[in-house]
Design a protein around this ligand. Sequence first.
Ligand code: COA
Length: 365
Amino acid sequence: MERSTNGLEGVVVADTLLSHVDGERGELWLRGEPVERLAGRVGFEAALGLLVGGALPDAAGVEQIRALLARGRSLAFERLPRLGDALDRGDAMDALRAGVAHFDERELGCGVESAALLAGIVATIGAAWATKACRAPDPSLPHARDHLRMLGARAGEDEAAALDAYWVTVIDHGMNASTFAARVVASTGSDLVSGVTAAVGALKGPLHGGAPGPVLDMLDAIGEKERAEGWLSGELAAGRRIMGMGHRIYRVRDPRAAVLERALERYQRALGPGGGAAAARLELARGVERAAEHLLGARHPERSLRANVEFYTAVLLEAVGVPRELFSATFAASRVAGWCAHVAEQREAARLIRPASRYVGPKPL
Ligand code: COA
């Protein structure tokens, strides 16, 4: 039998029409559209329509998806009293996993409908977990704006535009661990909610979606960019990884880091002179990234370890008022659309995913 590939690097497990990731060139396309062309130009509604429905929706299509997202928020809000202790979990991702499991595929429909409903549901469970007294959704508002309002954050157009740019950027990303988990579950013929629940569990891990909270902890601990090199050297000497740096696929800087950095710049310009704190934070993040890149480059010259999506996710979500404990769940509020699209694609492939393992234990005596 062949040697095992721990971590499945380079193993192609599906043909997909959804997203293309080129780790050497630093490219991400969603249904053929480069991510940098979408983020900041279209909202989350349109990106969801593109990914799940197959084409960028027109204005009427965007309105329909907006209404579905609002219905998802209402569905979740009405269900909150029945979620029992799901919302009391100490970790937002535990709450999300338990909360999502309360829904049934039969009430969610399929295609764009189920993806938009679930995106509304995930965002609302996150807001309810974070605030412990969730405000009722306002269906007249666009999704990002209403989500920020439900969180009790500043919910102006500029904040919503920044959150939208983030959600568009992270909606799908090839065969990442949570997507793979969803596809494995779908391949057994199981239901959509089971696939999404498995994906939430995979996303919880710090090597996948759990890095942006620790990125902010790192920025807090460093405080000023002149201290970055010393602090980071200490972490590396202690054998710890620098959060927000490195990626399994990218050998160049993650293209999503640049997209989010630009979204932050736009947000700061919109804030004008009032955006001093956010500007200082971005400046610090850039200094820390430079120092981390330098140190990791010296330590691992064979492997390019550059900023990944989580690095600027942390700075952007903090700037628009999302609490750091909710960062992974906020990521899930977008990626759930990707999971749904992959579940549908896997169902069409109609093939059980069942790899092999290589037994390396003792033989019977
Ligand atoms: N900080 C310090 N060292 C790192 C590192 C980081 N962020 N990322 C990778 N390395 C080191 C590893 O320790 C390893 O060194 P070793 O061979 O001396 O043990 C080497 O680089 C290769 O790393 P490897 O574990 O093979 O890379 P991977 O492809 O499995 O890892 C990540 C990809 C994302 C898991 C990894 O880069 C990481 O842990 N990053 C921090 C967490 C993070 O930001 N996650 C979000 C991802 S979007």
